[in-house]
Design a protein around this ligand. Sequence first.
Ligand SMILES: Nc1ncnc2c1ncn2[C@@H]1O[C@H](COP(=O)(O)OP(=O)(O)OP(=O)(O)O)[C@@H](O)[C@H]1O
Ligand SMILES: [Mg+2]
Length: 500
Amino acid sequence: MSEQDILLKIEHLSKYYSGVKALDDVSFAVRRGEVHAICGENGAGKSTLIKILTGAIEPTRGQFKFAGKIYEKITPPQAIEAGIRVIYQEFTLIPYLSVAENVFYGQELMKGIVIDSKEINRMTSRMCRELGIDMNPRTKAESLGVAHQQIVEILKAISQSAKLFIMDEPTAPLTMNETKIFFGVVEKLKAEGATIIFISHRLEEIFEICDSVTVFCDGKCVVTKDIAELDKKSLISYMVGRDLDENYPKPGVAPGEEILRVDNVTGNGLKNVKFSLRRGEILGFGGLVGAGRTELAKVIFGADAADRCDMMFKGKPYAPKSPADALAFGIGLIPEDRKAQGLVMEMSIRQNITIGVLKKISRGIFIDGGMEDRYTDKYMSSLKINTPSAGAPVKYLSGGNQQKVVLAKMLATNCDVLIFDEPTRGIDVGAKQEIYHLMRELADEGKAIMMISSEMPELVGLSDRIVVMSGGQSVAELQREEYSQELILGHASSKLSAEV
Ligand SMILES: Nc1ncnc2c1ncn2[C@@H]1O[C@H](COP(=O)(O)OP(=O)(O)OP(=O)(O)O)[C@@H](O)[C@H]1O
Ligand SMILES: [Mg+2]
């Protein structure tokens, strides 16, 4: 590889926080025009590297060379000037502005008293055409789906002459179809000669669109290889340092008595939803985005009200007025949007995990420190939450480790029914297996689990039965022998055409 071929060369970069080597003497190179993946478990240091490259944080040691220039550190404006752009997962678009206005926001054409709408619309349309995207430049950002919002971020980066596009888990919030659209744009970008750094915990995606991959483990760079030299198994073993058993845990018990019966749930986007949940089983919920699965979960958890709702819990009528009410009955929800709903960022990991069980771990008005530690230790080790101290604020944890804290918090409440909404989003391959085993153990202990998942392999691999939802209705119930991706997708789209 000649120097000319290289766009970015990382040289001995380190970032130390007290007690944590987030990045430890990392060196590797990214070639011009390639899609270069960075893989590694939660907390491996991927986002830390990105933050250094974009100027959000300064490295402790080391340097990087970008487009021929050496940087010991960089400020955010310098990074943009140099052509380094991140496609953020938390969106920075202005909701009430149009697509075109967002793309050119802050640039010359959008400055001054008169905005040249015609010109920005024309230029945005041209970019969309070149990337094969069907999008009206006049559409307001707030009415776009998540995938298209990210595509606007890409257009924005292109309009600012980006040389390096950094994508940190861009597909985590996307559905299968949205990912397809997004990858179409990535392929086009690549064909135009763009260089891309791509981070994802979905390994199939790495093999689908990346040319090479660098693996991080505990802040260190383990290896850089062309994707053609690797298969999934060898990639995983570089990431986790061992082979992984990728089989889904099988049930140890037969399903027991019915614990929750849902009949006739209507309202909150739902129509006549019905199903029954038994102890000892994992009931999967399949469907496309907008099928009403999260809405259903919220009604059962008392977070949203339905117009009509006949539910029985342990044989008695159940009508929760609030989440606190649902928890008191013994029904818990691990929400999809964990950052917004699940955690208090400023509080420690320990406080977040035990917040729902304060009564249990208190003597009088005082918290029993020993019990608090036992609760915390149990879940930190079973979920492998990667941090030197349970006293650290959760805001300092990596994305995936924050998600594990939300899981721990709900598991500590010891509910009889647990609703998992996309339980492994943003979670690394090794920890995914841990979570599957944990869910199966909970079911084997006699708890009942509802699992909403858009990851087809996990839905099919772990569920004992699957309810498919479409257009706010429960349209099918499948037994294990009947599972197939085609069948699930067929049912999932059955009410769509009828509704439109
Ligand atoms: N401000 C901080 N103070 C202390 N530790 C920090 C801080 N920011 C990050 N860390 C630690 O640095 C390590 C690397 O975190 P990073 O966010 O880079 O991981 P990641 O590879 O992106 O993980 P994920 O896949 O979960 O997103 C983690 O152990 C994290 O707890
Ligand atoms: Mg990260």
